[in-house]
Design a protein around this ligand. Sequence first.
Ligand code: GRF
Length: 216
Amino acid sequence: MCCRGSAIEVTSYRVGVLVSGRGSNLHAILEAEKAGELSAEVALVISNRSGAQAIAHATAHGKPVRLVERRHFETRRDQQLFMADELSAANVDLVVLAGFDQILCPEFIERFAGKVINIHPSLLPAFAGGLHAQRDALAYGVKISGCTVHFVNAEVDGGAIILQRAVPVLDDDTVDTLAARILEQEHLALPLVIRLLAQERIQTAGERGTRIVDQA
Ligand code: GRF
């Protein structure tokens, strides 16, 4: 919301979501928006995979979807710069990686500096960088795991941490049971962080400092 003179102009906080697969986090975001709990509007969903179930979630919620497949571009960089153009055209304030399976090129990150967030299924910096964080946590024998929402910078899973939610790792866990327990927390964490960003309640300081502040 911004105020000019005596008139109050309500401007919505626009979110672009990049997806590649199942889309359960996208679904959680869309349900939060529907329930009026997001303080933001999903303005565009981009998938790099035609078979992504996430596309059906976006369509079911009446959201515009662009399919931007690698095969239609000479390089991954070209593909991602096209995505960046689509996001700019949609006037997004925030880009959310919700199960997006590519590493973003430096130009993309620079263009949306400080405006890209990701969710990772571990308590970073533990088990960063891979696609099997839950399996790796189980194999390592940690007793607590969880999820992390963080800003995206040039280092994979290395940007400033915004929010983490922890879960116990149980003796009889399988990768699937642990992943499901973490996913429940992901579905709370990601919409919450979007809301906090939309409400300008995340303060940043330096490379790593982030702080959630009370509503003004
Ligand atoms: C989630 O576990 C997320 O943490 C990771 O990819 C998975 C995406 O799941 N980055 P979904 O597509 O949102 O269901």
